[in-house]
Every structure is written in C-alpha cells, then in structure tokens.
Design a protein around this ligand. Structure first.
Ligand SMILES: [Zn+2]
Length: 511
C-alpha cells in the first residue's frame, strides 16, 4: 500500500490545451516514451470528443503492451460505448468516466438535482463495469462539492464497481492544507474507501498542483494524475517530474514509492518539447535548463568541495547526462544502425538508407554528432505523411542596409520551381517565396527555434504554427543553418496541411 500509481494525462488533459495538439503519430511516439518512463496508466484521449481522439486511443491501445491504457468518457452510455470501442484492443484497459458533483456545475452546467447526478454516476460506473473490471470514476470539481454529497457518491460508486475514485481540484482552487484535509475527511467518513484506490487530479491555477497532490498522498491517496512538463488546461496540471522527484528525494518524509524509471524523466520532457515545439521555462523545477546550474560563486565553491552542499538530487538521476559523442564523419552504416537499435529505433532498409544519407550530410556540416542529433534525424523522418513539395535550396541576403531577399527552389513531382521574394527579414522573404510557389498561403502564428545539441555548429530545430484559413498546422525541421531550417519548417507545415486536408493540388504558379 506504499506504491503510488502514476497516471499520466499528457495525451488527454495536456493535449487538449491550446498549442499542444498532436497528430496520432506523435501521440503514439509520446506513448512509447511514457511506457519507457514506466508510468502505470496512460490516459490516451477522450474517444467521443473527436474522430482524431478516437483513432489515437485505438492505435495506442494496439501499440502499447505493458501499460494500462485509459480512455475518458462522460457517464452517458454512448460515451462509454465509444470509449470501449477504442480501448477494446488494449492488453490492459481502463474506462475513466466522470460527472461534475459541485452545486455550481450541477445547477449551471446540467440544470439537474444532486439526486439525478447521483443516479447518472452510478449507472455510468455500472455500464463501464460491463466492459472491464478496471473502472475509474471522477467527481469533477470535487473540491468545490458539498462534502456530505461527495462522500456519498464516493461510497456508492465504489459499491457499483469503481476500482479507482478520483477527487479532482478541477479549477485549481484548493490551498494545500485544505486539500489534504478533504482527503482525510473522505478516509474518515466513507466506510468502504479501502475497496478502491483514491486518486487526485490537481490543477495548477494557483501554482499548487504538485503540493496539493502530495498533501493528498500524506492523507491516503494512492494515485496521482499528472503530466510531463506540467502541461494541461489553463495553468496546467501537477507536473509528473516534480511529483516523482519529490517522492524520491524525500523518501524519508513520504515513505512511499513509484515505479517510475527516473532516468527517462529528462528524455520524456525533451520529447514533448520536440513534438509540440513549446519550450520549458529555464527555471522550471527538475527539467528546466537551469535546474542543475550553479552560478553564484559561493555556491560553486561549496559545490566543488562537496556536491551535497547545494545539490539535493543529481542530473544523472533524471537522465540528464552530458551528451556523449556518438558518431563522426567516418562512422559506418553498421555502427549507425547499432546505435539506433540501442536508442530503441528499428528502421527498415529504406528508412535506414535515408537516415544514413542524412547523417552523412550532417557530418559534412558539423564536426561532432551527438545522440540528440541522431534522435532528431530519425524523428524528423518518421512523420507519417508524404511531402508533395521538397526544398531543393534556399538562398537569402539581409543586412541593416539591404532589403531582405530570398530565392527558393522547390521540387514538386517532376517539376523544379524557382521563385524569389522580398520580406521583412530573410525568413519572411523565404516564406513569401514558398507561398507563391506552392500556392498555399498561410499566416505565421508562432515561430520557435532551439538548438538540439551543443556547440557553435549545433543543429537548430525550428517549429512553426501556420494558419491556413482557420486550420492551424504545425511544421518542424532541422538544419545547421537557421534559414534553411526555417524554410523547411514552413514547407513541412504546407505539406502537412495538404496531406491532412486532402486539398487538391494547389495551383502552381510558374515564373
Ligand atoms: Zn484536468
């Protein structure tokens, strides 16, 4: 009873927040990383919410073998049926069904009575139970619910078959001691509470998501719902890395454990950044760039004499080791393949040929190639759609006294199309030329650049979000040259848009 279940909702609560949407293929990649991290439960989506969510839950259920896969549903029969339709392929499946129990929600969202809500909850749990033994019930907005009513609903949903009952602070309103007290109240009041696992789901609106979750653990909760990098609705959810490292670093205080492979924490955080293009703030606990940097002179002095003076955990414990040199210009195809296998990738012959060719191209531009570079090369290749337009070359000029100009050459089928444009800067000029060539005019919504590895010749990764009318599409690309990476990222968004939205070939304007 000292094991804490880590329930990851990065792909559901996290993914539904603005700027974090992922394709099915990206969700599968993230789910594979979560399995390596050894989370106990992956909440893969909300199947009735959209066809995309349904497809992702279904494919993750088919793909992931060792972790419990969970799908969210309201308590209505049709929601639960749809959730099961997607989850039925999972080796271990959980249905997570919910209804709000606070008077504010009951009155303003449902216009119903407590008694009606109570009946709906019980029926929902029973219906879910007809599909699987593993049923979780959530009392949405539990923290603001009437305590007596909440206790009754917890007791009866357990009696109806819920094996986990979740107590969310949906709006992030609770103060830590109050939230701990609510959990204690439930353990003191609900007679059959030990027949289920009590879970918590704390939002971070007041920056208390992690501390509220930990206070719940002190009072008997045994499942924490959390996300990588703390992403989620509004200010996000309790962050997985902070929850897990608090429990690990302060074992003597909490006296509980998790199954998490902490060495996969940093790689998981980086994977999410790479997929979504949203960086982590530098001072973010555990996974921020500065989390293990010791700058102040007096700190450095103490740190060099004995690390424990200023370090309560090591960067190695979360898998943040100094990047190791892995490949050079003269590395062979076989060594490359072995390294990829070690990193957990299996490529077919053609994929390996392509990746190896790109490794060689990179080695011509960059002296040392790090593990992160290899991962980036392979990940870029696995995007799962066909590129109608390929960048052949981009050349740009800019300066404080010239008009920024870019010339772009693109291959489209058997044609090669070239165009040039001026813009507010070299990147803008390149984007204008690409728009003209592809006939696909988008509006740049966001632009992010980060370096993948170390050194002046590091690979730069550009992530863009581009609006084509009301459809927002993400694009991503890598290069040692930022203008090239920027152009490729934009073209990647154009290609993704064309493949996702089955638009006919755009009119190609030739010059
Ligand atoms: Zn939530």
């Amino acid at each position: 009873m000292n094991d804490i279940i880590i329930f990851d909702t990065t792909l559901r609560d996290g993914e539904q927040s603005p700027g974090f949407s992922m394709t099915t293929n990206e969700k599968i990649q993230m789910a594979q990383q979560l399995e390596k991290l050894k989370v106990d439960v992956i909440e893969a989506g909300f199947p009735i919410a959209s066809d995309g969510d349904f497809e992702a839950v279904k494919q993750i259920s088919q793909e992931i073998k060792n972790t419990v896969i969970c799908g969210l549903s309201r308590v209505m029969k049709k929601d639960i049926d749809r959730a099961w339709e997607a989850l039925q392929y999972a080796k271990k499946a959980r249905i997570h069904t919910f209804i709000a129990t606070s008077d504010i929600h009951i009155k303003h969202k449902f216009n119903k009575t407590r008694e009606e809500i109570f009946q709906m909850a019980i029926e929902g749990v029973k219906h879910a139970k007809s599909y699987t033994d593993d049923v979780e019930f959530s009392a949405e907005d539990a923290f603001r619910s009437d305590r007596g009513f909440l206790a009754k609903i917890v007791e009866e949903t357990i009696r109806a078959g819920a094996t986990t009952v979740n107590i969310p602070d949906t709006v992030g309103y609770a103060i830590t001691s109050e939230f701990g007290d609510l959990i204690k109240f439930l353990f003191d009041t609900v007679p059959n509470i030990n027949d289920a696992i009590i879970s918590v789901h704390c939002h971070n609106d007041l920056g208390l998501g992690v501390s509220n979750s930990l206070a719940a653990v002190e009072n008997g909760a045994r499942q924490i719902e959390c996300t990588i990098n703390g992403i989620g609705e509004r200010a996000g959810n309790a962050s997985l890395e902070e929850v897990v490292m608090s429990i690990n670093t302060r074992k003597n205080f909490f006296n509980v454990r998790t199954n998490i492979n902490t060495k996969e924490i940093y790689p998981s955080s980086q994977k999410l950044v790479s997929i979504t293009g949203v960086p982590v703030q530098p001072n973010k606990a555990i996974v921020g760039d500065n989390a293990f940097a010791h700058e102040a002179g007096i700190h450095q002095d103490g740190f060099l004499k004995n690390k424990s003076t200023y370090e309560i955990m090591t960067p190695q414990s979360i898998g943040k080791e100094k990047s190791n040199l892995v490949m050079g210009k003269h590395s062979g195809r076989h060594a490359f393949q072995e390294r990829l296998t070690e990193l957990g990738y299996s490529l077919d012959e053609k994929e390996l040929d392509d990746a190896f060719k790109r490794l060689k191209e990179l080695a011509d531009k960059k002296k040392t190639i790090y593990e992160q570079d290899l991962i980036a090369i392979v990940e870029e290749q696995k995007q799962g759609f066909e590129e109608k337009f390929k960048l052949q070359y981009v050349q740009s000029s800019s300066g404080n006294r010239t008009i920024p100009t870019a010339t772009v050459e693109i291959i489209h089928g058997k044609e090669t199309i070239i165009d040039a444009a001026i813009g507010d800067g070299p990147v803008d000029a390149a984007y204008k030329a690409i728009s003209r060539i592809t006939g696909c005019r988008g509006e740049l919504k966001s632009y992010n650049i980060r370096s993948i590895s170390e050194g002046r010749d590091a690979l730069g990764e550009v992530t863009v979000k581009v609006a084509f009318d009301d459809v927002i599409v993400k694009g991503k690309a890598l290069s040692t040259d930022v203008i090239e990476a920027s152009a490729k990222a934009y073209l990647n968004a154009v290609n993704r848009f064309l493949s996702n939205h089955s638009v006919d070939d755009p009119k190609v304007e030739k010059i």
